[in-house]
Design a protein around this ligand. Sequence first.
Ligand code: ATP
Ligand code: MG
Length: 254
Amino acid sequence: MVNETQSHVSALTVSDLNKKFGRVIVAEGISFDVKAGEAFGIVGPNGAGKSTLLNLINGTEPSDSGEILFHGEPLNSLDPAERTHKGIARTFQIPKPFSEMTVYENVLVGSTFLKSHHSRHERSELAIDAITRAGLTPFFNTPAGKLRLLDRKRLELARSLACQPKLLLLDEIAGGLTDAELPVLLEIIRELNASGVAIVWIEHIVHALVSVVDRLMCIAGGKVIAIGDPHTVLEDPKVIEIYLGSDFQVGGAV
Ligand SMILES: Nc1ncnc2c1ncn2[C@@H]1O[C@H](COP(=O)(O)OP(=O)(O)OP(=O)(O)O)[C@@H](O)[C@H]1O
Ligand SMILES: [Mg+2]
């Protein structure tokens, strides 16, 4: 959700990004931008390079060439912790919470990635706020290992929110949820986005994704196949051929 002021500000600008693992090309000339406050979706076949793209943005993998700007500032020389300090947080395709630790303790660990000038008290307040925003308050003292899938997803969100992101990178956060659980997660994501957090969200549950995002990008083989208005992208013959299949319908009530 982008307001009039935000529509002139780029949160993220990716220019001609390239990355190979050995001979496997995972990013080839990838360019796109995400406006401040925008929700931006990414789809593409398995192995397309989607998770790797998030790794390149948050710095867990170095790119071979290309440039990534965050609010106009180059990120290339910054490590993941420095990028978190700038305001980039992410969730992982395979979350790994500390199962013996409570929800609060897990989220507090998330807030330790903040700059050191935050006091212990401030970190605790941020953790409590993140737990509230993710709708996890009833499970404040529950060990993470005892949470059902939906609440593990909320925990993953809360851990990244404790870093006070301006840009949140979500990697298949809706995977595995039931039809009843999905709208709960979507509402949390919509509220985060409405509060001004820009979102880059990879998801295979396309109807859920397009119910939230402003724009959609499809990548395959490390290349941008289509980018733009979600419904236009989903109707693009190349996207249908490479990813969706000819019998695809958006469907789903979320
Ligand atoms: N660290 C790595 N070393 C070598 N190859 C890797 C590494 N990470 C990913 N790959 C390979 O890069 C390609 C892209 O992987 P990536 O995880 O980015 O795909 P993806 O689009 O997220 O797929 P999925 O939809 O299955 O999650 C795959 O062929 C994968 O095996
Ligand atoms: Mg992936």
